[in-house]
Design a protein around this ligand. Structure first.
Ligand code: GLC
Ligand code: MG
Length: 712
């Protein structure tokens, strides 16, 4: 695949602070590992020969406390990769738990970005629950496959917090947990593939989700930036850390048993000291080097680390390990790669005695340095050793066996050599971003082509995302009524290809709309506005616009409407199929029924706020206050990025009035009903002579709507 026709991938990672250089990792709780991960992934993806373009979409933040760069719309990241910042909710920085109300607007901004660049992504990859929510919506609207990575999962976090003794209610208010878990379920529901870092993550985390489908989950470990970690060269430098170690060690040239971790009880350093202290042969053969963070004054440290370090010092004294164990107080960042190299050079071993290890970055760093590893039999190490075959798994609570394994590893020269080489090769093969991206593209390619096959037969890729203009027609007495004219209109639309999207806006239900369009052989709409604007659906999958449903709920009290309307005569409820979640419709007997004005007043006095729409002197529709074909057309235009003067609307009766007025290009067909007469002379409403679709064609002509450069 040549780069010009390569994939366009959108990564979505909404929260935290993302920029191309000098990452502010740790600045706040949301700017951590995930941020580094998505940036490295975006960069590596862009380098793959099958990938042409990568946009990493995140939230735009304006704050004078922060780097103004976080407000920049587009920031280049690497060749073919950009960070794209989209406006979403308030301008200021928000922690991720506060983003939920604004995610629909992030989804709309994503659609507008697509319109702006004129290209639909081949794949959307969401990171974390918030992006999963957005990607679920956008991928279904655009009809493109979606991939999801959870990074961490709400159900697991909730359990951990409950175990810690937090109340369910407190967890809910602080972490918006229900929303998060619901978004995760939704993402799993929609994703063509889920990418996890370890097998354990799949088994222990995803498994507890309703939408757990193991065959859709692929384990691809993240790439590790291993440029800093490499095996020792024959040139031996006298490093400062070496000098530091020699302050502790009687015989610094002995093989080094190295451990590096935080001073955290779960890291279980004490068991390693016991293992070493109790095994005389090991004490004779090797030194123990413990790098457990940095310390100034142990007595003034917080309790958990203090206890770990106190125990360590007591054990060293108890086993009388003076001269055999080094536990430097301080080290520089550059000392760490040097430590692994020193240990490898001494033909030592790296030991991770942690009680649990979901991933195990230090093991990879050691492996890349040519240092064999001994690690707990847990998720991360199991995967690493399966790939690299450069050491052994142990039970972290069994100090005796631990010491035996360490001694074996440093005693058998041939095995040591093999493990050392295996580790270097295994990391290069399995834990680089290039390797990650190769596996990723293999998986994704298959999903994209499956999706394309599926869409070729059933679902057309939505034209809404890229078309320049939108034609919206009412159905009865506008689009249909004159067969020959409808044919002409269909032909003209077909000639426009993807440049013009087509929609219908009707009082009919979706079911009856589909039937009617089929009956007339009308062109297939990209958007269906039905039940007088109260329902919107997209594409041949008829994806519902849920945002619109929510919008319609505003102040909507259908029970109260039914009750209040009972008092009038001359109004008869239409049959039950016409009564919808957001539409109550009556047949009107104009001789007996009260004036619309009176009905409106009556409802208002009862504190019922609705929209009343009267058509053909025969129908009365009651809709939520913000709903009509007009607001629905505007919603669609806004969502998909059509300026209103690139939207032509055509209609014939009262329920079309709102979509005809305003900035849209309005066309009233010749056979219109009397209630539209009052629109005559209004700006941008063209009254055609022609009837039905002939009138629509006349309007199209009038506005030059299908010309290359429309006159207006
Ligand atoms: C369609 C609908 C009906 C509605 C009328 C006017 O005929 O089926 O429910 O009252 O349009 O909008
Ligand atoms: Mg009509």
């Amino acid at each position: 695949m040549s780069k010009q026709h390569g994939f366009y991938i959108q990564l979505i990672s909404i929260h935290g602070l993302i920029r191309a250089h000098n990452l502010e990792l740790g600045r706040d709780a949301d700017t951590g590992g995930q941020i580094k991960y998505v940036l490295e992934l975006a960069t590596a993806l862009a380098q793959h020969p099958d990938v042409e373009r990568v946009d990493l979409l995140t939230r735009q933040v304006f704050s004078n406390k922060l780097d103004p760069g976080y407000a920049t719309q587009t920031e280049p990241l690497a060749k073919g990769a950009n960070i794209v910042r989209l406006a979403c909710g308030p301008k200021r920085y928000l922690r991720k738990e506060a983003l939920w109300p604004y995610l629909d607007s992030f989804a709309d901004a994503t659609l507008q970005h697509v319109k702006k660049i004129g290209r639909i992504p081949d794949l959307i990859h969401s990171h974390y629950a918030d992006a999963g929510y957005v990607a679920s919506a956008v991928s279904s609207l655009l009809s493109v496959p979606m991939v999801h990575t959870g990074h961490s999962l709400g159900r697991v976090k909730r359990q951990r917090l409950l175990d810690k003794g937090l109340r369910a209610h407190a967890i809910e208010t602080q972490y918006a947990m229900t929303q998060r878990i619901e978004a995760e379920e939704m993402a799993l529901d929609n994703a063509a593939a889920v990418i996890a870092s370890t097998q354990q993550e799949v088994e222990e985390q995803y498994e507890i989700y309703d939408n757990y489908t193991p065959k859709r989950i692929s384990v691809i470990p993240p790439g590790v930036d291993l440029t800093r970690f490499s095996p020792p060269t024959s040139l031996r430098k006298n490093t400062s850390i070496e000098a530091e170690l020699s302050r502790f060690l009687k015989d610094p040239d002995k093989p080094m048993v190295l451990t590096i971790s935080r001073a955290d009880p779960r890291k279980n350093i004490a068991t390693l000291v016991r293992a070493y202290g109790e095994n005389q042969a090991l004490r004779k053969k090797a030194n123990l080097v413990i790098v457990a963070g940095e310390r100034e004054d142990i007595m003034s440290m917080e309790k958990t680390s203090r206890r770990v370090l106190q125990e360590l010092l007591l054990l060293i004294d108890y086993y009388d390990l003076h001269g055999l164990v080094a536990y430097p107080k301080k080290h520089r960042a550059d000392d760490v790669p040097e430590l692994y190299r020193l240990a490898a050079q001494s033909r030592g071993v790296f030991v991770n005695p942690a009680l649990t290890e979901p991933f195990g970055l230090t093991l990879l760093e050691a492996a890349a340095s040519g240092l064999p590893i001994i690690a707990p039999n847990d998720g991360g190490p199991r995967d690493i050793l399966a790939h690299c075959k450069n050491g052994v798994l142990i039970d972290p609570l069994d100090s005796k066996n631990m010491s035996v394994q360490i001694l074996k590893a440093i005693s058998n020269k041939a095995t040591w050599q093999q493990w050392s080489l295996n580790g270097i090769a295994g990391v290069a093969q399995h834990y680089t971003w290039t390797g990650h991206v190769d596996s990723y593209i293999n998986i994704v390619k298959e999903r994209i082509s499956k999706h394309q096959q599926a869409t070729r037969t059933v679902v057309a890729k939505s034209r809404l995302a890229t078309a320049e203009r939108l034609l919206v027609c009412d159905i009865d007495n506008t689009l249909v009524g004159d067969n020959a004219a409808l044919r002409k209109l269909s032909d003209q639309l077909r000639c426009m290809g993807d440049r013009v999207a087509f929609g219908v806006a009707t009082g009919r239900t979706i079911e009856s709309t589909l039937r009617e369009l089929r009956k007339w052989g009308a062109p297939t709409p990209d958007v269906f506005i039905t039940s007088v604007g109260s329902e919107i659906r997209y594409g041949s999958k008829l994806t519902e616009d849920f945002g619109w449903q929510q919008h319609n709920d505003y102040r909507w009290q259908p029970r109260a409407v039914y009750d209040a309307m009972r008092e009038f005569s001359g109004l008869k409820l239409q049959h039950s199929g016409e009564q919808r979640r957001h539409k109550i419709s009556f047949n009107v007997d104009p001789k007996k029924a009260p004036k619309i004005r009176e009905i409106r007043q009556h409802l208002r006095q009862k504190d019922i706020h609705v929209k009343l729409i009267y058509s053909h002197q025969a129908y009365l529709d009651i809709l939520p206050i913000r709903t009509s074909k007009g607001t629905a057309v505007r919603h669609v235009a806004l969502k998909w990025g059509f300026p209103l003067d690139q939207v032509l609307v055509a209609g014939d009766s009262g329920n079309d009035e709102e979509m005809l007025s305003g900035h849209t290009l309005g066309v009233v067909v010749g056979n219109h009903s009397p209630e539209l007469k009052k629109l005559r002379g209004r700006e941008q409403i063209y009254f055609a002579e022609g009837q039905y679709a002939e009138g629509v064609l006349e309007g199209i002509q009038h506005y030059g709507f299908l010309d290359k450069n429309p006159t207006r």
